[in-house]
Design a protein around this ligand. Structure first.
Ligand SMILES: [Zn+2]
Length: 314
């Protein structure tokens, strides 16, 4: 089955002007490697927030930008290092790419990751590695004609070591990257469960009118508190589940396998529980826990799934 076929089954990315000249590009269904991007159009150039995973999806995103502007993408922001947000960097040759310093460091250390073992059905296309050109820590501001784009980090580890948020104060729009999976299971394996919880407080304090998350639909107004609270509930559930597992002397995968997801059953990619528990164990001072590494944690997610690989439609 080709990637293109799978893509057609899910439908194309949804382009929406969430504020004047500010677009979200939301890819259904928001599961593994099916992320969101967005862009801002100025008088003489475009700023893109992230790219996407496969060559096919990136070319579809480029076509979506071209459907509303003939201007080139001059600047590209990587919200974090994950492949679904950065694989398309090389397809924006005219763009200068900016990220957190840690994001670039991890990208240089890993190159294009080999996902064939866990995600064998994905047709990635002809990917070429391209790292960010400019890095920062703390905050910096992009001035795109009349639009201000404030980029800032959290000062702590959350989804990854190098998360960047993009805030448009004149438009009330916040791009959060994968600090939020709207409708999906939060994923802290490459970061921190507590940090991801703390990031939600930072996001709430921003008082955005519209939030474009890293996965799942954009949301606005009165929805914002509900979405943030729902993400908080899941992350606290992970911490409480870790407490139970530690008290019972179970490993993270043993604890995951006997956990009833109940109210979180509807969130996609539920096997992330096993990976998230490794991080919650690591962060719990009561645990006598040795970090097992990413590969073992991902193997535990497959065990949690009864031996099934993660369901990936990218
Ligand atoms: Zn991510």
């Amino acid at each position: 089955m080709s990637t293109n076929h799978l893509h057609e089954n899910l439908g194309p990315g949804l382009l929406e002007e969430v504020a004047p000249n500010v677009f979200s590009y939301v890819q259904p269904d928001g599961t593994w490697f099916i992320n969101n991007t967005g862009f801002i159009i100025g008088n003489s150039g475009v700023v893109s927030i992230d790219t996407t995973s496969t060559e096919f999806r990136n070319r579809a995103y480029i076509d979506a930008i071209a459907s509303v502007t003939s201007q080139p993408v001059k600047l590209l922001v990587n919200t974090h290092h994950h492949a679904d947000h950065t694989h398309g960097n090389y397809l924006f040759p005219e763009a200068t790419i900016i990220s957190h310093a840690s994001c670039r460091d991890v990208m240089l250390a890993t190159g294009i990751p080999d996902y064939r073992a866990a995600f064998p059905t994905v047709d990635w296309g002809d990917l070429k590695f391209r790292a960010p050109d400019i890095t920062f820590e703390g905050s910096t501001t992009i001035h795109l004609d009349d639009v201000t784009i404030d980029l800032f980090d959290l000062g702590f580890v959350a989804h990854t070591e190098g998360d960047v948020l993009a805030w448009l104060p004149d438009r009330g729009v916040l791009f959060t990257g994968d600090l939020i999976f709207h409708g999906g299971t939060p994923f802290a394996l490459f970061g921190s469960v507590q940090g991801t919880l703390d990031a939600l407080d930072v996001i709430e304090r921003q008082e955005a009118e519209v939030i474009v998350p890293g996965h799942g639909p954009a949301f606005a107004g009165s929805q914002i508190k509900d979405v943030l609270d729902s993400q908080r509930s899941y992350l606290r559930f992970v911490q409480q589940t870790a407490e139970l597992g530690i008290a019972a002397g179970r490993t993270p995968v043993e604890q995951a396998s006997q956990t009833d997801l109940s109210e979180f059953q509807h969130l996609t990619d539920s096997e992330r529980l096993a990976g998230n528990l490794h991080v919650a164990y690591r962060e719990n001072p009561k645990a006598d826990y040795q970090w097992v590494g990413f590969e073992s944690a991902i193997t535990d997610m497959i065990v949690f799934n009864g031996g099934q690989l993660p369901h990936c439609l990218a």
